[in-house]
Write a protein of this length. Structure first.
Length: 285
């Protein structure tokens, strides 16, 4: 995974670009009718239920817009919320609050939806040793926010991007001429470049699992679109040789059964690509 420093840089880029996109040369609606000296207070109001996420990101946005804005946080990231809850108050320049409003809401609504869905999945795995993973199926430009939300919801982050882990999927394997060739070429590449990256290899059937197991240095085998019986058999064959991960259309109805097959991880793109934003609003007090 990427370092905390790299992650912070991603967040800084998101804020900078979002403000550029939304504010441009000025919030002329506010500039036109609100005096520069006017101060006010607003509250983040919940009109939904679930897990709140993005409070700390909102703090970053307010500080970027105006370091003099002050937040009073009532509910931290990861808290359960219901209709009518107030998450925080923000106080200071009225123009600054309005300038930050839409970015804060857009981010928190989506992050809260992701955190809520993630916790739903996590609760379905209660009592098993299986952990839920996100994927790269994220909204372009705001991956850091969406993966942060998964963590807030109790899930685990998979690789952040193409550069921090090796994942040899079906197309890599086919273009490389087969599983063994793909693994050998990858290991040679990593040695040549002096890179220490974990290797995950996708298997489409039990025969491919057996072929992967003939190679050393594989960190995890990804069991893609396996049924329950083949998943149990694959886990049995792999044993302690490497980690196991199930993926491919796994949903709320099937996730528990896959976990009970004994896999270490289940990855789901639905955590980030199939959510409905939580209803939040920023209201003047």
């Amino acid at each position: 995974m990427i370092s905390e420093e790299q992650f912070q840089k991603e967040l800084d880029l998101i804020i900078t670009n979002a403000v550029r996109e939304d504010v441009g040369d000025g919030d002329h609606s506010s500039l036109a009718c609100i005096p520069a000296t006017a101060t006010g207070k607003a509250k983040l109001l919940v009109k939904d239920e679930g897990i709140i996420a993005g409070v700390e990101f909102a703090r970053m946005v307010f500080q970027y817009i105006d370091p003099d804005l002050k937040m009073e946080v009532l509910l931290q990231d990861g808290s359960s919320v219901k209709y009518g809850d107030v998450v925080f108050y923000v106080e200071g320049s009225s123009q600054s609050i309005l300038k930050a409003e839409r970015l804060v809401l857009n981010a928190m609504q989506r992050m809260s939806a992701i955190a809520t869905k993630t916790q739903d999945f996590v609760s379905l795995l209660d009592g098993t040793d299986t952990k839920i993973l996100d994927t790269r199926k994220t909204t372009p430009g705001i991956r850091a926010l969406e993966k942060w939300a998964v963590k807030i919801g109790g899930g685990e982050n998979h690789r952040f991007a193409l550069y921090d882990m090796i994942m040899l999927k079906d197309n890599h394997i086919d273009f490389a001429g087969g599983i063994t060739k793909a693994i050998v070429k990858t290991q040679e590449y990593l040695n040549e470049k002096g890179k220490d990256l974990k290797i995950i290899v996708e298997a489409r059937n039990l025969d491919e699992v057996d072929e992967i197991l003939k190679s050393t240095g594989v960190h995890r085998i990804l069991l893609d679109n396996f049924d329950y019986d083949d998943t149990r058999e694959a886990v049995n064959r792999i044993g302690e040789q490497c980690q196991t991960e199930s993926s491919g259309g796994i949903n709320e109805e099937t996730i528990r059964t896959y976990a009970e097959c004994g896999v270490n991880f289940i990855s789901s793109g639905a955590l980030t690509h199939s959510v409905y934003n939580m209803d939040l609003s920023l209201k003047a007090v």
